[in-house]
Write a protein of this length. Sequence first.
Length: 429
Amino acid sequence: DFNASLKFDYYNSMMINSVDEDGNYADLGGEFPLEENEHFNNLPVNTLQSDIQVPTNVYNKDPVILNAIYNSEALNDVFIGNFQKDPTLTWQFFGSSAGFFRLYPGIKWTPDANGVAAFDCRNRNWYIQAATSPKDIIIMVDISGSMKGLKMTIAKHTINTILDTLGENDFVNVIAYTDYVRYVEPCFKGTLVQADLDNREVTPLSASLGFSLISLTDTHARTNGQGSMCNQAIMLITDGAMEDFEAIFEEYNWPERRVRVFTYLIGREMTFAQNTKWIACNNKGYYTHISTLADVQENVMEYLHVLSRPMVINHNHDIIWTEAYMDTLFNTKAQSLLLMTSVAMPVFSKKKETLSHGILLGVVGTDVPLQEVMKLAPRYMLGPHGYAFLITNNGYILAHPDLRPLVRTWMYTHINYSNTFCPLPRASF
Ligand SMILES: *[C@@H]1O[C@H](CO)[C@@H](O)[C@H](O)[C@H]1NC(C)=O
């Protein structure tokens, strides 16, 4: 049960083993024995204890954080037990929806050059892929006159934060709207652009909403392989929605409400809060008010909770394997070319009163070096011309003798808002 006054000390991976001038251990720190371990890239680790990383923008003693960390204490013994049973296991972890990251074995976490621990497990591929099913998302951003200066900066940061929550199975498009509609990316030709020309007279917000709903319906028809599993959403970023949009929803989204609409009201002004809230609430979405840059991360994460709910109802708790990637989090020279995949699963609350809304507690996972998996197909069993390869259940190559993986950087981190940018491709075979 949630305890608002809970007092609880945990090992914070930023604070462990630090002492002040008088030799006292830091708050949330304490003595945490670390030993270099070959199995973990020669990093100093503690195989008897997991520890907790909390990103700098999350208060490390917030009651929500403290309670969730306290509730996940039992994982410690599970992690240790797993490692004893299977010594080939590498990192085991739990990423909480509250924002902390429990990692076994425990390590000392060093902040970046600015003293910031930006790592937020909720942005990682394994977290997002496990927490939601594939998503088709259209981000609609208001670029009309009032969206200047700080508001625009917040809006762009919100877009980037949403893009950071998308993975290989997701489609995305960004529409800027003002007194006319245009797609930020020009790759999406055909009906949509056509619709733009035809509807120039129509009031702008409702017109672009209409286009978005049509294009999502279209996408849905094209990618029917994903069936009802696919989440479709519009993210509306604005400082005020003033028009009569009800008719648009009535025409394109009701009564099924297949497309969810999430609204992000930017800036301090609350005049249009009622409108923006109405849009979200009547389209199975979620309304948030973002008045400062610091609000962005937490507010954007809320949509993942909403999208993870249908999964609970579907009992679709599939294990996901992320695409092959270079381990950047713990990259050391020793293992410079080790390809990894993360295997992860969502964790939902089993409390009776929460079952119907499906409260996502977080995601559990482990990193698997692909070398370990490939050992299951030894060369002598494959014959002279045989080779082994791995594909994931959603069609991505994990390992193949000819695979030349890219060191992955998020392609969207620095969008030039006027340049080409295309939907993420889905693999086809
Ligand atoms: C809540 O936490 C406080 C401090 O840790 C503790 O003294 C109290 O007994 C807890 N309350 C309940 C109902 O467990």
